[in-house]
Write a protein that binds this ligand. Structure first.
Ligand code: 0A1
Ligand code: ZN
Length: 863
């Protein structure tokens, strides 16, 4: 394990059990910035008070900082020292004022942590440990301070100066600079600090809270992007109203600003009163953003806004508690999105996302509990497990409590812990107390990693149905033996002849290794619908036949279960095809036909239900992944579906083509979705006119959803129209970075045989750069999840990724580390591929000057 490996700089591993309260608190801080891209001066004035007994010196975190001056209570001192970057100041009393001054260079900051330049503007990113790159401070989430911030900057270059909280004053100096002062009355941890200085335009709005306070809203972007901000502003207002209605949570400052920047390591950041966003989660118009982008923008705007309560008003005691704010906030944003459109489709998308990212994480060398025990670099723990599995834990507790008691328990949590830095345990205790339930065993979900597997078999005999359930939690790194967990499984039986439900749905709390549940008075042969709504994040292995699954795909009254039955049927067929070289496609074809023919179904749901599981998801079910065999099996089934149901696909394609102008409505979105799915099947059928159809759609489209859908279809094929479409797309959007990302990504995801060569060439394209995280992810990140192209037998895909990661690590360790996991999946591949992957991981680990971010990911993958 990692403990026995020696990292290049032997960085310290942090353990959850080592938590100690801070020796010093900082009730108030005043910061004064003389902003300049090459050399910014930061003066900090900290009021510090001793916390508890002892005579520990004051230790202020710093990363790459050298103090220009240090003073205590107004007098310059020189008995300070620097230890591991920290500024250590001996102090005799219990309360002092410490002042420091440092110089930093935002222009040189390629890591995008701390204060950095993006597109000519200056902005900050402090979560998790970026504040220590700006000034000396106890940079830990349990030190809550009120902040007063003064900024001075060149007025022509940076006309807009923003920080957290409310604006206090501003003015001009006579040397061409101007200044602004902001004050945030809510005590907050340093990771929520933010400032922005730039040449920005504002889409302004207002929101009146339910208690009648008017809040000034602003979405700040470069002038030319202003027309693309209405959707985000609307989403913000909708989120504010939703949080009042659903959770009783009101906004608390007079202003709420959002700034969009092009260079950002993650999606967005919830800094108090001043959210900073990756521009891809703000900017949208029909010509440049897909329906998927529009939905993601609303979800991320909501997510960051909801953090104001779940994250800011109540923050985390330490970073091991990260899921306290992230799991809960993801759960909240999922609820918001579900309420904006089809809740069933939203649940399907969320589960698909969980299976695509969290399940593989939980099954691999980087598996960790939702509340981890240790880490080397906290940035590596912004994972799908913390976020998405964390949200599933909240969802399970909400299911166990039921809506009313869940709301009572949330109110209790918000009231009790407002203004504090709390723990996951605090949250669960509120669920227990407010909900009147015992969650002792449930807590294992926070400490045990790995996706539980549940086997289910149903017998029927003389009017009695017997359901046998068994659970098993697989071993994960550092956790060889597991306890049985509490799995809330929503279950219902259906009659095989009548298609009618046999009794109401039941919530079964499986908490033993093996359990038997008896249903009496069951005359008809029952078919089992289990884990409805994906009530527990587990894998179900059942003895249901293809006929049973096809039956559920037609008759289940839970839309998720219906989708799931279809997926399982497809999965079984694809696995048979991959393992045996051929499979009987009839059951899938019939089920797809029936789904397409059911007039009662929402087209958006149908589009999800008829899509085959991804190649990676099929691979995840196999102990040894054969990427070529999986690809062939999937293409064979796609082709068969395309040909056998050719008339239906064409009918659907035509029926959902309309001359009506673009609209972002659920009906219009559903039509675009099913039409693009139909186009994909028409192309898969090998129809001679498929490329022309796609190209026609590409040319006529008045929106990006149709244009990109057509482009993806063309990019997978080899018609001459492919190159034509790529050129047209590139030239049309060469000035739009977010759309060019799509151009790179679409090619990196291509199913063609020459994708690696194409991607390697694109890495040399003049528009490609590793310095912009969105661009790096769009090419390198997308390629690494293209299962067949990445896992080419000659290892060229592995070598390409390792080369790129080593180069990227020098600029931006966080982003490099995020892209490493596909290389760590070698245990799931044949010995030849596994050896090639290991060799690349070893090459990465041996690279001189490697960051601890990439070192941790690569070395844990090898362990
Ligand atoms: N708290 C943010 C995610 C985030 C984390 C780290 C960052 O640093 C580069 C940026 C953003 C969220 O959950 O949205
Ligand atoms: Zn978050």
């Amino acid at each position: 394990m990692l403990d026995v490996l020696t990292a290049p700089a032997a960085p310290a591993i942090k353990h959850r059990q080592d938590y100690r309260p801070p020796a010093w608190l900082v009730p108030n801080v005043a910061l004064d910035f003389a902003l300049d891209p090459a050399a910014t001066r930061v003066r900090a004035r900290l009021e510090v008070t001793r916390n508890g007994e002892g005579d520990a010196p004051l230790r202020l975190d710093g990363d790459g900082l050298t103090p220009l001056s240090v003073s205590v209570d107004g007098l310059a001192v020189n008995d300070w020292r620097i230890e591991d970057g920290q500024l250590v100041v001996p102090l005799t009393g219990d309360a002092h004022v410490i002042e420091t001054e440092v110089a930093i260079a935002p222009d040189q900051n390629t890591q995008l942590m701390g204060l950095y330049s993006s597109g000519g503007n200056l902005c900050t990113q402090c979560e998790a440990e970026g504040f220590r790159r700006i000034t000396f401070f106890p940079d830990r989430p349990d030190v809550l301070a009120t902040y007063r911030v003064r900024m001075t900057a060149d007025k022509a270059r940076y006309p807009v100066l923003l920080a957290n909280g409310d604006p206090v004053a501003r003015g001009d100096n006579d040397d061409g600079t101007h200044w602004a002062e902001w004050h945030d009355p809510f005590p907050k941890p340093s990771y929520l600090f933010a400032l922005v200085a730039g040449d920005l335009a504002c889409n302004a709005g207002t929101f009146t809270t339910r208690s009648g306070r008017e809040v000034q809203l602003g979405i700040w972007v470069r002038e030319g992007d202003l027309p693309k901000t209405d959707h985000a502003l609307h989403a913000l207002k909708t989120s504010m109203a939703w949080d009042e209605r659903v959770y009783g949570r009101e906004y608390d400052l007079d202003v709420f600003n959002i700034v969009a920047v092009d260079d950002f390591n993650f999606g967005a950041m919830e800094n108090k009163g001043l959210n900073i966003f990756n521009s891809r989660y703000i900017l949208a118009d029909p010509d440049t953003a897909t329906d998927y982008d529009y939905d993601a923008i609303a979800a991320v705007v909501a997510h960051e806004y909801f953090h104001n309560w779940s994250g800011n008003r109540i923050t985390c005691r330490d970073w091991f508690q990260l899921s306290l704010k992230e799991g809960f906030t993801v759960f909240r944003d999922q609820g918001f999105s579900a309420d904006q459109g089809s809740a069933a489709v939203k649940r399907i998308e969320d589960v698909r996302g969980l299976r695509a990212s969290q399940f593989p994480e939980d099954a691999g060398p980087l598996a960790h509990p939702v509340r981890p025990e240790s880490y080397l670099e906290i940035s590596n723990f912004y994972t799908s497990t913390i976020y998405n599995k964390g949200a599933e834990l909240i969802r399970m507790m909400a299911t166990i409590l039921g809506p009313e008691r869940f709301r009572t328990a949330c109110d209790l949590y918000f009231d009790r812990f407002d203004g504090t830095a709390a723990t996951c345990e605090n949250f669960v205790a509120c669920m227990e107390e407010g909900g009147g339930v015992d969650l002792a065993q449930f807590r294992l979900w926070y400490s045990q990693a790995g996706t539980p597997r549940v086997s289910a078999s149903l017998d029927h005999d003389g009017g009695r149905a017997t359901l046998r359930l068994a659970q098993q939690v697989p071993p994960t790194p550092g956790q060889s033996a597991k306890e049985p967990m509490v799995l809330p499984l929503r279950i219902r039986l259906f009659g095989a002849e009548t298609g009618q439900p046999l009794g109401p749905e039941q919530l079964v709390l499986l908490n033993e290794t093996i359990e038997t549940i008896v249903f009496d008075g069951i005359a008809e042969r029952p078919v089992l619908s289990i884990n409805r709504g994906f009530s527990a994040p587990v894998t179900i292995e059942s003895d249901r036949t293809a006929a049973d699954l096809a039956f559920l795909a037609r008759h289940d009254d839970d839309p998720f279960a219906r989708y799931e039955a279809m997926q399982q049927l497809m999965l079984d067929t694809l696995i048979a095809g991959a393992v045996e070289g051929e499979a009987d496609h009839r059951a899938v074809i019939d089920a797809v036909a029936d789904t397409l023919d059911d007039p009662a179904l929402d087209p958006a749901f149908v589009a999800e239900a008829v899509l085959l599981p991804s190649e990676s998801f099929v691979g995840d079910q196999l102990s040894i992944v054969d990427p070529e065999a999986i690809y062939r099996a999937r293409e064979a089934l796609r082709g068969d579906l395309g040909r056998t149901l050719a008339d239906r696909w064409r009918t659907i394609y035509e029926a959902n083509s309309s001359d009506a102008p673009y609209a972002y409505t659920p009906a219009a979105k559903g039509a675009r979705r099913i039409r693009n799915v139909a186009l994909g099947y028409i192309a898969a059928s090998g129809a001679s006119d498929a490329a022309e159809m796609a190209f026609r759609q590409f040319e006529r489209a008045d929106n990006m959803t149709d244009r990109q859908g057509a482009l993806s279809t063309l990019v997978n094929g080899d018609s001459d129209l492919r190159e034509a479409a790529l050129d047209i797309f590139y030239n049309r959007y060469s000035g739009n970075a977010l759309v060019l990302d799509k151009w790179f990504q679409t090619q990196a995801l291509s199913t063609r045989d020459d994708t690696l060569e194409a991607v390697a060439a694109l890495a040399e394209h003049p528009s490609f750069t590793l310095a912009n995280p969105n661009r790096a992810r769009s090419l390198i990140g997308a390629f690494a999840v293209n299962q067949r192209a990445f896992n080419r037998a000659d290892g060229a895909g592995y070598r390409f990724l390792a080369d790129q990661l080593i180069a990227l690590d020098r600029l931006n360790p966080q982003t490099a580390a995020k892209l490493l996991p596909p290389l760590g999946r070698f245990r799931r591949f044949d010995p030849a591929r596994a050896a090639l992957m290991r060799a690349e991981l070893e090459r990465i680990v041996a690279t001189p000057g490697l960051s601890k971010d990439l070192f941790e990911q690569a070395s844990k993958s090898l362990a």
